[in-house]
Design a protein around this ligand. Structure first.
Ligand SMILES: O=C(O)CCC(=O)C(=O)O
Ligand SMILES: [Fe+2]
Length: 338
């Protein structure tokens, strides 16, 4: 019901159960429900209310690894202003100015590209968002919009780290300290997907997981993002208006020794009637922090399932610069683990 309403609100890209091709295999995606977490209620004064929402969060993290976050306190105007700033960047920036950010160097702070993997249909701008924001100077107002958005989201990031620490049974600063989130390395990926009549295939972005603690995602219209759930089904994502999709990242999976999982997701564009813009921010540990399965998650029955590495080394493990925030979870997984 809620999903039907959301679809109506967006009046846009049709996404009901659909077969499509990814990695040349047909995949059926379904409209199963995704848990919704009320952020402010995670900190409710009434302990009963609080514990109800914390339990809900616990189930969402244990089973799904992703959830919608509503009532997060970031005004609609900030989210809408950010998406407008991103749309303006893609529309107003001259091709040659974009291309200045296309060159790969070892320490890019800003990167722009188009269809950089085979079969991909997207234009993107990636910027380092934290501890310091890097951003193209134009168009007017773009930097200010991003600055406001990332400043506001820092509180939500820390709030989620505290709530997740609690549901894991630790003191609330546990994750903040383990991943040194105050100086965490966050990269914002701004994506523009063409409508189907302009795309050269069905895939917007191929299946992948993302490094880091969590990923926060906003979008202008629904269309094409699908996540692989714990029960093996691809689920169509319909984010309620001005809410976030939160996905658990690879480094939370590593820290919890696989208790929490980073889930595969991809974007299909074949049915999109409209172009779509998304902003996926990968909130990572401090670059120099060594992340390995924490001792609390390791015992005789649960041997370490991943090799430890600093966040920086893990981002560079595929031979790319840190700004590309590529997952290397499969390289870190210990083969003898069952
Ligand atoms: O655009 C989307 O919905 C997903 C983007 C994404 O997964 C990414 O940038 O890592
Ligand atoms: Fe992603």
């Amino acid at each position: 019901m809620a999903q039907a309403l959301v679809q109506e609100v967006y009046q846009s890209n049709s996404l009901s159960s659909s077969a499509h091709f990814s990695n040349s295999k047909p995949i059926l995606a379904v409209d199963d429900e995704i848990p919704t977490i009320d952020y402010l209620n995670l900190f409710h004064d009434d302990p009963d209310q609080r514990s109800k929402v914390l339990q809900h969060l616990s189930k969402a993290c244990d089973e799904y690894g992703f959830f919608y976050l509503v009532n997060h306190g970031i005004p609609d105007s900030v989210i809408e202003g950010t998406l407008k700033g991103i749309a303006d960047f893609f529309e107003l920036t001259k091709e040659e100015e974009k291309r200045e950010h296309q060159k790969r160097t070892t320490n890019n702070k800003i990167m722009w590209d188009q269809n950089s993997h085979s079969g991909e249909n997207r234009e993107y701008l990636k910027v380092i968002a934290h501890p310091e924001l890097y951003c193209p100077n134009k168009p007017l107002g773009f930097r200010e919009a991003l600055e406001e958005y990332f400043k506001r989201f820092q509180d939500v990031k820390i709030g989620l780290a505290r709530a997740i620490s609690k549901i894991l049974g630790f003191e609330e600063s546990y994750i903040e300290k383990a991943l040194k989130l105050e100086s965490g390395f966050d990269v914002a990926a701004m994506n523009l997907y063409p409508p189907n009549f302009q795309s050269k295939g069905s895939t917007g972005i191929p299946s992948h997981t993302d490094p880091g603690f969590i990923v926060s995602l906003i979008q202008d219209v629904n269309g094409g993002l699908q996540v692989l759930s714990h029960n093996g089904k691809w689920i169509n994502v319909y984010i309620p208006r001005n809410a976030f999709l939160i996905q658990l990242g690879d480094h939370l999976e590593i820290l919890t020794n696989g208790k929490y999982k980073s889930h595969l997701h991809h974007v299909v564009v074949e049915k999109n009637k409209l172009r779509r813009i998304s902003l996926a921010t990968l909130h990572g540990p401090d670059l120099d922090t060594f992340v390995a399965p924490a001792t609390e998650f390791v015992d005789g029955f649960h041997p370490p399932a991943y090799r430890g590495m600093t966040y920086k080394d893990s981002l560079e493990a595929n031979g790319h610069g840190v700004i590309e925030v590529q997952s290397c979870l499969e390289q870190l997984r210990l083969q003898n683990h069952n």
